[in-house]
Design a protein around this ligand. Sequence first.
Ligand code: CO
Length: 218
Amino acid sequence: MVKFTSLMKSDKYDAIFKLNHEWLSSKTENDNEYFQKLYKEQNPDFLYIGCSDSRVPANIITGLDVGDLFVHRNIGNLVSNNDLNTMSIIQYAVEHLKVKHIVVCGHYGCGGIHTAMEQKSFGLLDNWLKNIRDVYRFNFKELELIENEESKYDRLVELNVIEQCENVIKTSFVQKSYLKYGYPTVHGWIYDMKNGKLIDMDIHFEEMLKKVQKVYKL
Ligand code: CO
């Protein structure tokens, strides 16, 4: 096994293909048809929306395998209704893959959230960070009362997950599918990078749906 992190930068590129070979060999060792079976179709039960951070890889932190998760990642795990990419992924996951669960996973130590808390401009990135700054504004009173900066930062990570869960529920695809079939349900998770633990925030999906439907019934 190649020890990737200990390699010189110049050797890392080629090492990826060696690692790929080792990985595919491990998969076909006991099952010759492993890739042929996967090639035929995907049938994941979960859509995972998380942060692009290299330290929060969806399949690895959940211990899940190839084919288990439909994944979308961006800076700050945001669900913005004018982002065609995220909206298309949610529609495809709900209407075609018929996923049973949609997870929004944030993480403590998120660089996107931290950057958004800074009172300065970052050029193009400001358009994206605006979504996080909106979450700060929606929860201004609560956040301004927190004096400890680290605690405030952690709380914004949590509030952002809750807000993005609401944004998922606001979509017509999720509302229509849930009312017709009883799925998908939406979950908010936090990944704690300090200890590797996944935390289920236990958001009240049914309550959120009812609230959202009073305003955004689609
Ligand atoms: Co992040």
